[in-house]
Design a protein around this ligand. Structure first.
Ligand SMILES: [Zn+2]
Length: 283
């Protein structure tokens, strides 16, 4: 049973996570179109209105107060303006993300720039922004200086700065950390109940990197629950079962072993959330 006063979290692949407490709704990223690898590699990408509609309705997301974009790569930011246009609320992101909003025709009143240390409130939710580093191997660094009109090349979606989101609510707190990298000391004074931990391409990193990642993100925040995010093959539609990233992009088996090992050593449960499954991460 899901208690009505509790924060409910729905995972929708990549680092797309919907939080709601029955009154207010907060969405991270909102990447639902998930174009195929062929299109990403050789063509141009644009929001897929049918897939966006289908995923929102399947997830039961009918209204929104805030949509926070972690960075402006297409697999985080591309669909955000489309979602805000349909559901309302404000899209928060870097200046690059706002240029994605402008290119999609989103009005200035529906978007706002955020940066390190900024605080956004949405009903009983308070979200603090932490700027960090993109995971190693950032293929499209830099900023988006002009309104970006889709369809566009994936490489036009430059990262524009990477954010993590510390969400507090009267029932507890969680950190959503989409990109598998760290800034030493950044989370040292932060204790959370749940951690949505980005593990994308972590399996391709050295053991030393993985262990430092755990130290600076997990040890620093002392969560009671870890939900891994950004591990799935986002070239597949959300209509199909999630699968790990293909092996030329990541070594997911290594990530899984690492998570199992760390979980056993620390006693912190690691729970892979299924897409569209609703959990109460603060309960
Ligand atoms: Zn990225």
């Amino acid at each position: 049973m899901v208690d009505d006063a509790q924060v409910r979290a729905t995972f929708l692949g990549t680092s797309t996570v919907y939080l709601n407490d029955g009154v207010s709704g907060v969405l991270i990223d909102g990447f639902l179109s998930r174009p195929s690898l062929l299109r990403v590699a050789f063509g141009r990408v644009a929001p897929d209105p049918k897939r966006v509609t289908h995923a929102l309705s399947k997830a039961g997301i009918r209204r929104l107060d805030a949509l926070l974009v972690a960075h402006s790569h297409y697999d985080h930011a591309m669909d955000a303006p489309e979602i805000v246009r349909r559901l309302g609320g404000v899209m928060y992101g870097s200046s690059s993300t706002l240029n994605i909003g402008r290119g999609a025709g989103l009005g200035e009143a529906s978007m706002a720039i955020i940066g390190d240390g900024d605080v956004v409130t949405a009903g009983a939710f308070t979200v603090r922004v932490f700027e960090g580093e993109h995971s190693p191997g950032n293929r499209f660094p830099g900023t988006i200086e002009q309104p970006l009109v889709p369809p566009a090349k994936v490489g036009d979606y430059r990262d524009g700065g990477c954010y993590s989101f510390h969400v507090t609510h009267p029932s507890g707190s969680l950190l959503i950390h989409p990109s598998a990298n760290f800034v030493p000391g950044k989370f040292d004074d932060l204790d959370v109940d749940a951690l949505y931990l980005g593990v994308g391409a972590l399996g391709a990193q050295s053991e030393q990197f993985q262990d430092e990642y755990w130290r600076h993100v997990v040890d620093a925040t002392q969560p009671s629950l870890i939900v891994p995010v950004h591990w799935d093959n986002f070239f597949r539609s959300l209509d199909r079962a999630l699968r790990p990233l293909p092996s030329f992009m990541d070594k997911f088996d290594r990530t899984r072993e690492w998570l199992d090992r760390q979980s056993a050593a620390t006693g912190i449960p690691v729970r892979f959330q299924q897409p569209f499954e609703i959990i109460s991460p603060l309960a």
